[in-house]
Design a protein around this ligand. Sequence first.
Ligand code: ADP
Length: 798
Amino acid sequence: MQLMNGDDLLNAVLHAPIGMCLLDAPTLTAEVVNDKFIEVAGRPYESIFGKFYWDAFAEARPYYEAALSGVVETGEPYYADEVALMLIRHGKEELVYVTFVYSPVKDEDGSVKKVMVWVLENTRQVTERQKTEEARAAFQKERDRLKSFFMKAPAGICILDGPALIYELVNPGYQELLPGRDLLGRPLFEALPELVGTPLQQVLLDVYRTGNPYEINELLIPLAKYEGGPTDGRYFSFNYQARRDENDQIDGILAFVFEVTAMVKAQQDQLALNEELSALNEESAAVNEELMVANEQLMAAQEDLRAESYDKQRAIERLQASEQNIRNMVRQAPVGMCIVEGDPLYVVEVNDSFLELIGKTREALRTTPYWVVLAEAAAYYKPITDNVLATGLTYHANEHAIMLIRNGREEIVHVDFVYEPMKDADGKAYAIMIVAIDITEKVLARKRVERAQEQLRMAVDAAELGSYYINTTDRIFHASPRLKEFFGFNPDEEVPYEAAINQIHEDYRQAAADLVEAAITKGVRFDMEYPVVGYHDGKIRWVRGIGEVQHDADGKSYFTGVLHDITEKKQDELRKNDFIGMVSHELKTPLTSLNAIIQVANAKLQKSEDLFLAGAMSRAFQQVKRMSRMIDGFLNISRLEAGKILIEKHPFSIDQLVKEIAEEMKVTANTHVIDVETCRALEVDADHDKINSVISNLVSNAAKYSQNGSTITISCEVVGNEVRVGVRDEGMGLKPDDAKKIFQRYYRVESNKTRHISGFGIGLYLSAEIVERHGGRIWVESEAGAGSTFYFTLPVVG
Ligand code: ADP
């Protein structure tokens, strides 16, 4: 059965979505031409229909005439797949892509009667495909450029490809962090198995999954030097950024890594050093201030270094814009980038960071040769760029100090930079990529640290500290000249460790040696006071030694220590102890019997008729009690030194206490006029007995250091939120120098006037300690020859 009749068939052909043109085989005249064919041909129906085919398509004749004739002759069809054809369509030459077939139409005997030309236009698809290919190539090229840029960036950068996070790129900075480890082409968690199970693993997987960037600072990571080796605690700051392909799908991770171990360790060392310094400060008030200043500077410098490192990192973050925006990224990168080309060199590409670094405008660089714009640096660096172009060899500059005229001002800038030749296909350098980073801040910060360290060293010298260090591996002992002096050696003498240990007094030697050993092997802090016997001079000196093991950046460790001469202090302590022992022994014994006798006599005399004797005996009893208190004062001193003095606070009326003391003075020592002024009812929360001894001490001093018959005035008033008690005398007064020192232990004013007045120089010292332990202050206002007023304050109850 026939499916279609002739007309139907013709209709179908005419409206088919594929171009058709039926040619008569012997004449090649077009007998049927459909709309689609006209559309592809781009010329009117009349110019094809009924015409000789090669007249209609003269421009294609040279290429396809043979093929069409071949079909007629052989009866074999001819296929052309997506060929490019120059056609004149609508009067204009156009490059089109077509797929066409010349298919023979045969009669029953097999001879070719007609040829059907089938044609499909593919121009749009082909150009689109070409465009995507071009885009992909451009994308790849940009990706490659970015990679070459990463390879030069002065930071650890790696690219992890695909969900398996395979190291696709490892820049030298990154490889340096893991020297000798095989990374490239391997999955991250296989190359660094020690990361498996650490929080970092989850972070990386999350970045890959979510595309959210991630930043971690100062993370402690156990990393081995070589694969499978023992791990070392190292600190890193990271920045991860998802990488996307041309379809914006995540296909990798860009990682920026900075090792901050040295910085973190430096901070830890700094803390340890601070502790040591503060211990020394206690010992050495004279250098206290200097040490503090040096210390602060060191801290500030550390802080700067830290801030600088963060800045750098933050800046690098900015660099991580998506790869598709590489131009933008490069433009905003914190690392200066510039490409120069030609003779003379002109800038062909430059980013903002570079402009900022050199302090010139983009406009100036666009219109004027590079070395004219940067004339101030040309003398030194132009020969270098010439050489890079001539030899094709990269030039690296580390920490160059360059004088630049930035925005009209001369400035010294510290930079790390690279001149990287860009080569053509023949390997000839035709341009230079300059990658530069401003490290001025870093250099300055380092210089500040160096300066602070120098100051610290000077402070150590000024404090007359001996110092030493022992290399913990070879146990070689290095001692400062001052230390040798402490041990009685000549400053330039070789002093081995054993020789030094030998000079430690034998009672302390073993203990000291054991402690040093423990410090080295267990890392505990060494802090010990011991006497040394001078090697040459046999002199005994007391020293306090403080030491600790320190690790430097290369993993070496040293036991370092400082020694402080405390001979004076020790002798002082010994004298004091002897003194207190002597006093308590000498005074306490007779006083105890005196006390007993007077107590008995007093009891008996209470019933006596003789009122004078009864009164005198009870006063004697008071005096003995007072004396006991004085002796207790001495004992208090030793308790005080040992930190054992206790303040027991109870509320009481200070005015009442003042009046009682004044009364007692009038009775016991009727030598002065005692005047109590402005003392209204005032409650304080304090240790009644101890405040009693403070006021009594001030009043008895006022009497001791002034003429009999003169007036002593006691006052108490509220000043601000404090109660202020004052004791004024009309006595000999104090010189300003003495006034400053009288609150020190054992200090007594030495003069003809005071020589005959007995005393131990501890009353004011104890008073000051008591007042300060109540949170109050004590001071004196005085003028030599014009009397003194001693004041102390106590916080008001409330
Ligand atoms: P002491 O009186 O036992 O020497 P203190 O500690 O009470 O010890 O006083 C220390 C020194 O302060 C005294 O030696 C004296 O030189 C001086 N001093 C104390 N009070 C007065 C005063 N009211 N007037 C002048 N000098 C005083």
